[in-house]
Ligand binder design. Sequence first.
Ligand SMILES: [Zn+2]
Ligand SMILES: [Zn+2]
Length: 414
Amino acid sequence: MGTNTIRAVKGMRDLLPFETTLWNRVEAQAREVFRVYGYGEIRTPLVEETQLFARGVGAETDIVSKEMYTFDDHGDSLTLRPEATASVVRAYIEHSLSRNPGLTKLYYIGPMFRRERPQKGRYRQFFQIGAEAIGSDSPAVDAEIIEMLWDFLGRVKLDPMPEILLNSLGDGACRPQFLEALKSALTGVKDRMCSDCQRRAETNPLRVLDCKVPADQEIIEGLPKITEFLCEPCRDHYARVQEYLTMRHIPFTPTPRMVRGLDYYTRTTFEFVHGSLGAQNSVLGGGRYDGLAETIGGPRAPGIGFSIGEDRLINLLGEAPAARPDIYMVWLDPESQKCAISMAADLRARGVVVEVPPEARKMGKLMEQASKLSARFALIIGETERVSARYTLKDMSTGAQETLSVDELTKRFS
Ligand SMILES: [Zn+2]
Ligand SMILES: [Zn+2]
């Protein structure tokens, strides 16, 4: 390619049909699982006011402080959404969805944008499949949303199934005491930690806990644990989430070090991790955000949600078999082409994948093409076939041939 060739933007990529086959299958499974749990789809804009993320996600988070695509739109500061929970909660408030009976259960599938350092398997436009249940702080909701995820990952046949890490981050009543204890513990040790930890010790001490730098791990092990600071209602909530999961036979690992990168989480947080992904091993993460709606100017609306990194999930699932025609129409003269076009229409209406070559070619060339496309069958239509109204169906893998009437052919593929 020449130096002036235009290519996709760094960190953003095209998904081609050999990939989208699997993407579509995964998304169809998600839609089906979410539907039976009573979730409806929401599609929010890709662009929001920058304030929504600064206030909702948190100005000190990595996402907001250095990864957002923000631009000036004639005086308004707008941002390409780096995640969708803040947008969903904004929509929940804007449309007064709290007036609907019961919980508001919404899911979304779509691209998010973060200007991260380019790394293998990380994209600046990446896809998330997520859901939010808003309007209740019951631990039963937390367990059910985790059950829904477990169900979904089982249906897409993720193998082995991931490990579920569970934690509680407390709430406004107990987290401040924990943060105080964490800060004072950090003053003694932060100088021996990585530069990110030194900065976070000042700006966002909770984030020190999920530092992945190996040399810091021993120090992190010695820091206070959030679970030792939970107030009575938070401790009870956390215990009940665990009971409800056990009742559902869903395995989980209590992980007091697991914090999430976003400021809005309260109480339950979880991650599903998969060994084969290495250090960046999280397939999905989520948690409760009982104060988020108020943070962005709405009424109190406790909620819980998750987002799945779809790019990573797809990566773990491997490859879908390539799409291939069921029948390749080997037509041999103009009259047979008409016949092929009309038979193709009938077969396609029954869901059969049919390829009709656009140009007249010799039989040998057409059979060669059928084989290159990995067609399951070739259907041969020439003058003899038209006159007898019986067509030759050739099985491309065995070479076996049979002659069938249109009726027999239709039955064969229905
Ligand atoms: Zn560190
Ligand atoms: Zn608490």
